[in-house]
Each structure stands twice: as C-alpha cells, then as structure tokens.
Design a protein around this ligand. Structure first.
Ligand SMILES: NC(=O)c1ccc[n+]([C@@H]2O[C@H](COP(=O)([O-])OP(=O)(O)OC[C@H]3O[C@@H](n4cnc5c(N)ncnc54)[C@H](OP(=O)(O)O)[C@@H]3O)[C@@H](O)[C@H]2O)c1
Length: 255
C-alpha cells in the first residue's frame, strides 16, 4: 500500500486529493494548522476507506515546523510515495503596501516550504527509484496578477526544474495549474469573485482526478479542463503586453 503526504489536506483541493487517494486505498499523512479539522477528516477517511491516516499539525510559515515535515518525508522506515505540496492561500495585499509581511508570509508557505519539502521528498524518492511529487501551482502563474502570480510562476518553473533534475530516476514531478476552483480560498483571502463567470469555476474533485491522471502519465504541467487549456494556450501566444493589460483589469476587478 502506498502513502501520500498532503499539505493543506483539510480543505478544498487538498481535501479532494485526500479523498481521491484514500478511495484508491492509499494511506495518508495530512498536514495543516487546525488540529480539530485534521482529526475530523482523518476519522472520516479511516472509517470510510479502512486506510491508515496520520495527522501532523504544522504551520508551514514556520521554518522549524517545515523541518519536522521534511524529516517525516525522509524517514526510511515509513516511506512516503507521493508528496502533494498543496497548502496555500490568496493574497489581497498590494505590492506597494509598505507592510510587506503578507507577501513574506505567502513566500514562506508557498515557496520556502514547497522547496524544503520537495528537496526532502525528491532526495528520499530518488534513493528508492520511485515516487511522485505534485506541486499545486495555478493558472495565475501564466499571467501577471501581483505577488500571487509571481509566487505561482516560481512554483511552476521550480517544478519543471525539479522534473529535469529527477528525469530518468523513476520519480515523477507535476505542477498542477488549476483555474478558479470552488474552495475556501477566496473567502479566506476576502477576494471579490462576483465578476467571475460560472463557466470559469472548476470542481475540486474533477481537478484532482485530471491531475492524478496527468501525473501518472508523466505530464510535468497539468492544466485541468479544456476551457483552461484553451485559455492558457491563447495566453502563451498573445504578445506579453496584452497579457499584462488583461491581468491589470482582472486585478482591479477583484479588489
Ligand atoms: N481555489 C482556487 O481557485 C485555486 C486556484 C489555483 C490554485 N489554488 C491553489 O490550491 C492550493 C489549495 O488551495 P484551496 O483552494 O484548496 O484553499 P483552501 O480551501 O483555503 O485550503 C487551504 C489549505 O491549506 C492549509 N494551510 C493554509 N495555510 C497553511 C499554513 N501556513 N500551514 C499549513 N497549512 C496551511 C489550510 O489548513 P489550515 O488553515 O488548517 O492550516 C487548508 O487545509 C493553494 O496552493 C492555492 O494557491 C487554488
């Protein structure tokens, strides 16, 4: 039986990964800050799928707590076969706000922790000659919507670099780049989503099913749904100044 470690496995896309992998008979290690929610989802999945679920309470903005999770990934006696670097959140702060702590917090969770956990999992999986790392990025990584786009652009490019480093080792690496997904993300970040048309909303379970299929096929970048595949293809072919202008409009509509 394989084991998957999922950061942010208590809500939204992370919880959808937890349900999908549990349904396939995988054991889980779930990481998040809220201990009550962790034990709630662990109990539910254990009862429903007769799997083993470990929970680890950790704030991934705190370096020492990330080290604790990295150590779990490198423990040879209890190997982790799949890492889902998923925990994250939206950023409302502007790039010219004098208080840059919201951006620094986001960088700690969505860049530093992703890097540290990817290194630990990549190192351990390479030794075993098998494993899968999925980093949850975003279609925002292809546009220029403030600090969040910059962070997710790092995640996508980092994933491509990691995939190159692990090429031929038996370890698969995928960046999941979803569009708008109905989760707690927007409410938590107080992002105004009224202007987002229904057509652009994706379902978390569907996003995860598509991603797991792409990861198994060895795709390095997974963009779920035909709609978003088409939008990103258009984006990649437009002059970049047009992408910037569209991003500018979208950013001001969200505040
Ligand atoms: N929803 C979208 O439209 C969308 C689109 C593209 C990409 N994404 C990406 O998808 C990922 C998951 O987002 P989601 O939409 O599923 O959001 P969500 O429903 O708000 O879930 C976020 C999860 O991350 C955990 N988390 C947040 N901060 C953490 C921290 N400092 N340490 C540990 N865990 C933390 C949360 O648990 P605790 O609060 O208990 O810690 C929760 O389990 C993020 O990386 C996000 O950027 C989302």
């Amino acid at each position: 039986m394989a084991t998957a470690l999922i950061t942010g496995g208590t809500s939204g896309i992370g919880a959808a990964f937890a349900r999908a992998l549990a349904a396939r008979g995988n054991d889980l290690v779930l990481v998040a800050r809220n201990a009550d929610r962790l034990s709630e989802i662990a109990t539910e999945l254990k009862e429903q799928y007769a799997i083993n679920v470990e929970t680890m309470v950790a704030d991934l903005a705190v370096r020492d707590e990330v080290i604790g999770i990295a150590e779990r990934l490198t423990t040879a006696e209890r190997p982790v076969d799949m890492l889902i670097n998923n925990a994250g959140f939206g950023i409302r702060a502007k790039l010219i706000d004098l208080d840059t702590t919201p951006h620094e917090h986001a960088i700690d969770v969505m860049i530093r922790a992703v890097l540290m956990l990817g290194a630990a999992a990549g190192w351990a999986m390479r030794q075993r000659g098998s494993g899968t790392i999925i980093n949850v990025s975003s279609t925002a990584s292809f546009v220029t919507m403030g600090g969040y786009s910059a962070i997710k652009a790092w995640v996508t490019t980092y994933t491509e670099g990691l995939a190159n480093e692990l090429h031929g080792t038996g370890v698969k690496v995928t960046a999941l780049c979803p569009g708008w997904v109905r989760t707690e993300f927007h409410e938590r970040a107080k992002i105004n989503v009224r202007s987002i048309p229904d057509l652009l909303w994706l379902d978390a379970d569907r996003v995860v099913a598509d991603c797991l299929e792409d990861a198994a096929a060895g795709k390095v970048v997974s963009i779920p749904s035909k709609r978003y595949k088409a939008l990103i293809t258009i984006c990649e072919h437009l002059p970049h100044r047009v992408v910037r202008a569209v991003s500018r409009r979208m950013t001001s509509a969200r505040h």
